[in-house]
Write a new protein. Sequence first.
Length: 256
Amino acid sequence: MTKRSIKKYHSRFKTGRSLLLLTGITAHSCILMADTEHSLSMTIDTYLNPEISQNHLDAMNIWLESNNCKIAMRAVSSSNSDLLFAIFPKNDAPNNHILLAKTRNDEPLKVVWLVHRSTGASELSSISGQRVALLPKSSLLGHQAPIKQLTDAGVNTNNLTIYTSEEYQGAVALLLHGDVSAASAPMPLAKPWATANDLNILTNSETTYVSGIWQLTDNRMTTGCINAFANMKRESRQDLKMKLFPEWLQGFTINK
């Protein structure tokens, strides 16, 4: 599924005010180089990072500088850094979680499946042999976790016809247009979309994920930078600085 073909479905998607429109996921990673007493770097986990452009990097850099946090940003493919933006199962998350990812309405970060309510489906087993919409295979929440849910429910995933979208919105648009029978999305996105579009939420997993920024070295973020991230929020659908992060992320809070 190309970006052009995905785009045509958006006009059929009942969004409401809070629907997020972001670009897709690629295999790049983003390093944030901080111009402070200690030169810091922050990697965005390649399982999560969306398609990053120089405009997105520049927008974040300008915003941080205006909030007392000088950070020069560049896209590279290195994982050796002082800070990490990532996601982990709640029970397996490492220590030094300095900034918590904030989701819409503080919904727990869980992976679910969406189907049309009119089908009467209430179990994941109903998805067996169907056409489904997922994010690319490299996506932890968008592909790997939902496939595991189906496998755990006894669904033979080899018999699925998988349509790939580069964003959750595109995946759910395929469902609403009737191209697929089910689509997966994280709960913070799925819940309002289900309410607005008469969809059922299916899941068999109690796994809750945590996300945010972890400290990996002794080179600490300045108070200015911590406060800048804590005050950061998604301003609109076209907020360039927030396009560095997944669709479900609204901002950060300090982990006290």
